[in-house]
Design a protein around this ligand. Structure first.
Ligand code: NAD
Ligand code: DAU
Length: 350
């Protein structure tokens, strides 16, 4: 029996990771630690919340006493650390929250792991989940490899880059067994509707404007969230300690082409005449410091760990749209007061 700590398991990617591990490894004891910010949602895990190998703990990773208490209660064999502030636009509005959670929170967990494992590091693993944004912005060619120099440009990506450096520092300085993966943009069920795809689905459904930043020319490399969870499973079990793995879909889209595709799918799903959703596209003021292009070279994880994406983008996007249309209650639940306030400040009042 292994005991694993997964942080941020009530969020978008974390909930898919928790579900995969709870179902696939009945002999693992999975502890999901999350403080339930606006992005954390217990609804994401309703289907597994009564599983015998699953426990939820409400705690904040920046709270040293709370974290020490959790580490004294459980004897963890591994940690998969996903808890973070994750939205770039929010980091532009309030950088300090990102420094607190993404940097201070990560160090709090590193300290707790180091203390808990001080007599025996063998067989333990601290797995830090990071982002391709730490590498900065690409021009029209090239890909991010594991050797690409860090060049973060937003408060969010800078805080994630700092946390990556600190995780590596604990490996080199204290011999803490760590592994890191850096993934491209995820999409799929349960993503909070502040991110491009769920926000656009929600707005199209309600015939509201689809806000496209700048000219919609920025490029992202999209990966279905379940494929990211599968990659995390591979890295956790077969990754080499001290190594970094890039994870991505080899699936680059300009934002405007992605929105065109989404509009086409939404028109079909909502039985609206083709072209209806496109009329909602509204070009708005660009994001400050907007990174032009991200694209991941995932050769290493494909070659060394045998992982590859399973879904084509069109299929994954259709599945995602279906999920949001079928889960109206989930969406209505998350667009409460906080969301309205955020939406008004981010989009209406600018
Ligand atoms: P999310 O915002 O949907 O979820 C984050 C979760 O962390 C939430 O459940 C929230 O309640 C929890 N959390 C936040 N602060 C916390 C704190 N102080 N203590 C305890 N829990 C806290 O994020 P996501 O999109 O699922 O991203 C998860 C991780 O993956 C993050 O580390 C992010 O940087 C990384 N990542 C995300 C993407 C993406 O496209 N979404 C891509 C690559 C990497
Ligand atoms: O690359 C990985 C990263 O992907 C993760 O580390 C982050 O946690 C995640 O939020 C995501 O960051 P992005 O900034 O790329 O995602 P977002 O969905 O916010 O935006 C995607 C693109 O769409 C980006 O170029 C900005 C643009 N956009 C976004 C929103 C919310 C718009 O044009 N309009 C919008 O309303």
């Amino acid at each position: 029996m292994k005991t694993l700590l997964i942080t941020g398991g009530a969020g978008f990617i974390g909930s898919h990771v928790v579900r995969l591990f709870v179902n696939k490894y009945p002999d693992y004891n999975i502890i999901n630690l999350d403080c339930l910010t606006y992005a954390g949602n217990m609804e994401n895990l309703r289907d597994i919340e009564n599983a015998p190998n699953y426990t939820f703990v409400k705690a904040d990773i920046t709270d040293v006493n709370a974290i020490n208490e959790v580490f004294s209660k459980y004897s963890f064999d591994g940690i998969i650390h996903l808890a973070a502030e994750s939205h770039v636009d929010r980091s532009i509005a309030d950088p300090l929250a990102f420094i607190q959670t993404n940097i201070v929170g990560t160090v709090t967990l590193l300290n707790a792991a180091r203390a808990a494992w001080k007599d025996k590091m063998e067989g333990k693993l601290f797995y830090h989940i990071s982002t391709d944004e730490v590498y900065g912005s690409l021009g029209s060619s090239g890909l991010f490899t594991e050797e690409t120099a860090y060049d973060p440009r937003s408060p969010y990506s800078s805080s994630k880059a700092s946390s990556d450096h600190l995780v590596r520092a604990y490996y080199h300085t204290y011999k803490l067994p760590v592994v890191i993966s850096n993934c491209s943009n995820n999409y799929g069920p349960n993503q909070f509707p502040e991110k491009l795809i769920p926000l656009s689905i929600h707005n199209i459904k309600n015939s509201k404007p689809i806000p496209v930043y700048g000219k919609g020319e920025n490029i992202r490399d999209w990966l279905f969230v379940v494929d990211h969870a599968r990659a995390i499973d591979q890295v956790f079990h077969h990754g080499t300690i001290g190594e970094t793995y890039n994870i991505g879909g080899h699936n680059e889209w300009t934002n405007i082409d992605l929105i065109y595709l989404l509009c086409k799918i939404m028109d079909q799903k909502l039985s609206r005449p083709e072209g209806t959703s496109r009329k909602l596209i509204t070009f708005v003021k660009d994001r400050a410091g907007h990174d032009l292009r991200y694209a991941i070279d995932s050769t290493k994880i494909q070659r060394e760990l045998g992982w590859k994406p399973s879904l084509q983008f069109e299929e994954g996007l259709e599945k995602t749209v279906d999920w949001y249309l079928e889960n109206e209650a989930w969406l209505n639940n998350v667009i409460t007061g906080e969301y309205e306030k955020y939406y008004t400040t981010q989009y209406v009042k600018r």
